[in-house]
Design a protein around this ligand. Structure first.
Ligand code: FAD
Length: 550
């Protein structure tokens, strides 16, 4: 397992419950679990999905807020780890994977990496690799001339330095995506002045599941009475189902020409017009005209537009062209000094392998370097790459709803694959090129009907306005159903015995005939305990009525 974030921890849990005879080793580059929520600690960093549905369904917790902040979400993951002893059992912390290499001759992966604590490298081997390395885990600096020459404090939203005090500082905030939209209102009161760039037009939308949020979609702290309600499992489940149910209806507004899409647009348009009523110039520059709400993952922006138009803020709608030693050059060509530059410029979302990924000596990074995305199989596999499963790969339904149910679906899927491989002695299993090619063709054709193909710049299009959206061609619900059972017909499989795929029938006996388990399971199970001795006593044939004839 690569990575001990949400994906890794969920896999450990279900592998323990459902699999037998597996050795699991997890390599995690960080010094603790939690992934996204360990790394992202910028001011205001919170989930934009209500917390009660941004958690494992199998371990509901009592949350302090409707949308919880990063430290609380991380604590939740840490609790999961501690309750299950996952570090002790499976996780090698501070171990960074640097290459993966598959060989058909051995039917195994070779995993290479660095032990960040000792500085030594390591090599390991495995039958299967599960990549939980995170869809938003490789943060990157923006490509702006002069960035390296800047001598002040340079921060990235995904690498926040907690010791930096923004009080009375002159700050430049680059970006207007989900992170920047959270950062601006949360640093506004401290900073002396803020310069920020909105290079691309954006819809500032209603929050996810706004109907259950505070006034005007705001975040809120759960009251004591509400905290008590978390203790009633049925009430809590009903509450979660109501919220999740609302999120699950959001796909319809992605469909071009739909009534839901028109309504979402009217709502966001009115909201932006209202909040920017004193700044018609800004409204005109940032409100999209050529793409629909939902083209990017919605950016709920409580307090964003209010602080964007605050007296301390200068908003630029052009590209930041030049950074200097002391600050940046503003659109009038004048140097503006700032004490801190914050890059809320996101992650590498190309889905391309982040390190050498070799199959029989061929590096897939090289093979795919000119492709818009990678040849993804249902967002969980890659064409012709054996025994490799990724949680949240290209074409995953990342644009609407919580990531937790997706992780659950990936886990359930992989567990079925591993079980089948164990029982039927399958040594490798790789998505067929034909299945991948046709999946991609279907997806790309379908996606033309959706808002996602509009001319916006979004992370699931690799940050390019004219990029191809690598997103699931349908709703999350359709995706979850799709993953319930693997389509083995889409895989090429290799068996331990190449000449006899039925070798697993072995000596003809089933294990249940040896391990003491139920050998009459197909008759059904008793609903209540019945003592065998009583049955034998009552049903003893010698106590029946003898018959004259046999
Ligand atoms: C700021 C922010 C806010 C978000 N908000 C939401 C939200 O509200 N709702 C939502 O559904 N999703 C949200 N997401 C998406 C979020 O990433 C997922 O919900 C989820 O956390 C993904 O979990 P994961 O375990 O797959 O990946 P991650 O949490 O990214 O974990 C990946 C792990 O893999 C490790 N790793 C990566 N590469 C290597 C390597 N080479 N070697 C060893 N270890 C490695 C990392 O260190 C990390 O621990 C947000 C993301 C960000 C960045």
């Amino acid at each position: 397992m690569l990575g001990a974030g949400m994906s890794g921890l969920n896999f450990f849990k279900f592998a323990e419950d459902k699999l037998k005879d597996v050795d699991i080793v997890c390599y995690e580059k960080n010094d603790d679990v939690g992934g996204t929520w360990l790394e992202n600690r910028y001011p205001g960093c919170a989930c934009d999905i209500p917390s009660v549905v941004y958690q494992y369904p199998w371990r509901p917790a009592a949350w302090s807020k409707y949308y919880s902040h990063s430290p609380e979400i991380w604590k939740y993951f840490k609790m999961i780890e501690q309750e299950n002893n996952f570090i002790e059992k499976y996780i090698k912390l501070r171990h960074k994977v640097t290459s993966l290499s598959w060989e058909d001759s051995t039917q195994q992966w070779t995993i290479k990496g660095d032990d960040l604590a000792t500085g030594n490298s390591f090599t390991d081997h495995s039958d299967i690799v599960i990549d939980g390395g995170g869809v938003l885990n490789r943060w990157k600096w923006p490509d702006i001339p002069g960035l390296n020459s800047y001598r002040g404090t340079l921060l990235h939203s995904a690498q926040w330095n907690q010791s930096v005090d923004l009080k009375d500082k002159r700050v430049a905030l680059i970006g207007a995506g989900s992170s920047a939209v959270q950062i601006l209102p949360n640093i506004y009161s401290q900073a002396a002045e803020i310069h920020t760039w909105i290079r691309n037009k954006i819809w500032i939308t209603a929050g996810f599941a706004q109907a259950f949020a505070g006034p005007n979609g705001s975040n809120f702290t759960y009251s004591e009475e509400q905290q008590d309600a978390f203790k009633d499992p049925d009430l809590y489940l009903k509450y979660r189902k109501l919220i999740e149910g609302e999120l699950n209806q959001r796909f319809s507004f992605i469909i071009n020409g739909s009534k839901a899409q028109a309504e979402a647009r009217t709502y966001s348009e009115n909201e932006m017009k209202n909040l920017l009523k004193d700044r018609p110039d800004l409204l005109e520059q940032i409100m999209p005209t050529d793409f629909f709400v939902g083209c990017r993952r919605p950016t709920p922006g409580n307090g964003y537009l209010e602080t964007l138009t605050g007296t301390k803020t200068t908003a630029y709608t052009s590209q930041l062209g030049q950074i200097t030693e002391k600050g940046f050059i503003n659109p009038d060509g004048v140097e503006q000094e700032v004490d801190v530059i914050i890059c809320a410029t996101g992650f590498d979302t190309s889905y391309k392998p982040r390190f050498p990924l070799l199959v029989n000596g061929v590096d897939k990074r090289e093979e795919w370097k000119d492709l818009a995305s990678v040849p993804s199989y249902l967002s969980l596999g890659l064409a012709d790459v054996p025994n490799y499963f990724v949680f949240g790969g290209a074409y995953c339904p990342s644009a609407h709803g919580s990531f937790f149910p997706l992780v659950q679906a990936y886990t359930n899927y992989v567990i079925q694959i591993i079980s089948k491989m164990q029982i039927e002695r399958i040594t490798s299993l790789r998505p067929k090129s034909r299945a991948v090619a046709q999946f991609l063709r279907h997806a790309d054709t379908f996606l033309k009907r959706t808002a996602w193909t509009g001319p916006c710049s979004s992370w699931f299009k690799g940050g390019k306005k004219d990029g191809k959206p690598a997103i699931w061609p349908g709703s999350r619900l359709a995706f979850l159903r799709m993953l319930e059972q693997p389509r083995f017909e889409d895989y090429d499989m290799q068996y331990e015995n190449a000449e006899d795929m039925w070798a697993f029938l072995g000596n003809g006996f089933h294990v249940c005939e040896e391990d003491g388990s139920d050998i009459t399971w197909y008759l059904g199970e008793n609903k209540r305990y019945v003592d065998e001795v009583d049955v034998r006593w009552v049903m003893d044939g010698s106590k029946g009525i003898p018959m004259d004839k046999p």
